[in-house]
Write a protein that binds this ligand. Sequence first.
Ligand code: SF4
Ligand code: SF4
Length: 172
Amino acid sequence: MTESWGQFKSFDGKKFKALDAEFTNEVSKLIGGQDLTTCFQCAKCSAGCPVSDKVNIQIHEVMRMLLFGLKEVLETDMVWLCTTCYTCQQRCPQGIEITDILFGLKNLAFKKGITPAGYIGARQSLYDTGRLYAPTEWERDDLGLDPVPELNIADTKKLLDKNKLMKLEVEE
Ligand code: SF4
Ligand code: SF4
């Protein structure tokens, strides 16, 4: 597990490695990746993005980095802070499947070990308990709710096993 997630803060003063052809090839195979070259940097995607004030690199800049084959894009916080709301995808005048590309970037980042620890924990929690987060009894008490119901997690486990989600290991 790397701690490099989100460390890429700005283009300022950053010297990039030469275009990584292997990475470009990987990205072109993502859903939406084949349309990347039609991006003309209008930034309409960023203008409607609800997390634009929370991220260090805007979504149109992510698209630019992808066009240039810069694999540092996987270290940007946009990859994980994107809410997958699809606003950018709806707004793009070129019809680029931006959000779907971001889903692909999450997968690539995960495979390369650039994943926030919380996501790894959430995956394990889902597998072990059927829940992403453990609800606390005292909070339910405060709200006058019944105790946390038991879940039958057999089907959840079967689904995750079938999808091989738990077999996807982060590279060291
Ligand atoms: S809206 Fe589409 S064309 Fe405009 S910058 Fe974003 S991805 Fe590129
Ligand atoms: S899908 Fe992600 S990048 Fe696109 S507008 Fe929504 S939060 Fe922003």
